[in-house]
Ligand binder design. Structure first.
Ligand code: F6P
Length: 377
């Protein structure tokens, strides 16, 4: 009998999701499997909202942005239901069996890998694909979506260059990436930003102003400051580390009330940072005497058609997925390591973050071409 494969996309969307769905759908058709999509991530599986993925529905997907399945950030164990968060894991497990699924493919970033792992531990045949423009999923060299976002952010900064130059301004450009600097560093490097601030290197605003000032002295009275959304000043970095250490301590001692208080403090910390790139632009204006403007690239970075590299990657991972399902390999994420596509056990993926190592070649190259990284070594 044909194997029945379920598929869902969860977390933020990104270019390449439909290319991966297509690769799985077409690969399945050629392998005597049938595929059912679940809408809006884990929520669709909980609510039995399905899409049949076969035949004509598999055409025209390779170049299409977003996800035809829809997505959500809802977690099986903390699902908003009738105004409160409920653990819907058992309903999801029941529905998996009710649909007679032989496997469930979960496509997503770090959060999705964790949620998928929880379901794998409940005995479901889970297999995952890594996608994210942040490129921060552990155990894989690359996730699809990143290459496209990198090109979009680079082109945007290229365009900001000419207007910054014409008006003799500082342009601060905020780039996505969550708590990892891959997108900010990559786009900053590719576009020749004068300053690049990433979460991995806490910055000193005075050193950034000094670097801009030095450019002015060399007759360059404009600057591009590429800032990852998660970039932290030295002061913010210190506060965050103290809060995180206190949270770990409270967790280890099982002090729940204290934990709740620290979680609230962490939320306040994030809230206070809402306008941090705008504040950064204002402070640089004061410190340098140059006019500054802020551009937030935002969701532009996640929209639209995938790059050729992402199409190839999504297709490679999607077809490997079908092969592994056929072989009965489950509880794994399909990763790229070097030149190989390999299954990595989900327990090795979860609870890790892939951030930019301080000795990464891109950091060395940025410093070598004179880019200020906020520590201005
Ligand atoms: O994880 C992808 C990402 O685009 C991050 O870079 C960003 O922090 C976040 O998602 C934005 O999420 P949302 O679309 O839910 O606002």
């Amino acid at each position: 009998m044909a194997k029945h494969v379920g598929i869902l996309t969860a977390g933020g969307d990104c270019p390449g999701l439909n290319a991966a769905i297509r690769a799985i759908g077409k690969g399945a058709m050629n392998t005597n499997m049938r595929v059912t999509g679940f809408r809006d991530g884990f929520r669709g599986l909980m609510e039995n909202r399905t899409v049949v993925l076969e035949g004509e529905s598999m055409t025209g997907l390779l170049t299409l942005g977003g996800t035809i399945l829809g997505t959500s950030r809802d977690k099986p164990h903390r699902m908003p239901v009738n105004g409160s968060l409920k653990d819907m894991t058992d309903v999801i497990v029941d529905n998996y069996h009710r649909h007679h699924l032989d496997a469930l493919v979960c496509i997503g970033g770090g959060g999705t890998q964790k949620n998928a792992y929880r379901l794998a531990k409940k005995g479901l045949n889970i297999i995952t694909l890594p996608k994210t423009i942040d490129n921060d999923v552990a155990m894989t060299d690359i996730s699809f979506g990143y290459d496209t976002a990198l090109s979009i952010a680079t082109e945007a900064i290229d365009r900001l260059h000419s207007t910054a130059h014409s008006h003799h301004r500082i342009i601060v450009v905020e780039i996505m990436g969550h708590n990892a600097g891959w997108l900010g560093l990559g786009a900053g490097l590719a576009s020749g930003a004068d300053v690049i601030l990433i979460p991995e290197i806490p910055y000193d605003i005075q050193l950034v102003a000094n670097a801009i000032h030095k450019r002015v002295q060399r007759g360059r009275n404009f600057s591009i400051v590429a800032v990852s959304e998660g970039a932290l000043s030295l002061k913010e970095h210190k506060i965050l580390n103290v809060l995180k250490a206190r949270k770990e301590e409270a967790r280890a001692q099982d002090k729940r009330k204290l934990m709740r208080k620290i979680v609230a403090d962490l939320a306040d910390f994030e809230e206070n940072r809402t306008n941090h790139t705008l504040n950064l632009a204002r402070i640089l204006e004061e410190l340098t005497g140059l006019e500054a403007r802020l551009t937030i690239l935002g969701h532009l970075q996640r929209g639209g058609t995938p790059s050729a590299t992402d199409r190839v990657l999504s297709t490679k991972l999607g077809t490997a997925c079908i092969r592994l399902i056929k072989e009965g390999v489950f509880g794994v994420m399909i990763a790229v390591q070097g030149r190989k596509v390999v299954p990595v056990p989900l327990e090795e993926v979860v609870n890790k973050r892939r951030i930019v190592p301080l000795n990464h070649a891109w950091i060395e190259s940025a410093r070598s071409v004179g880019t200020c990284l906020g520590d201005c070594r």
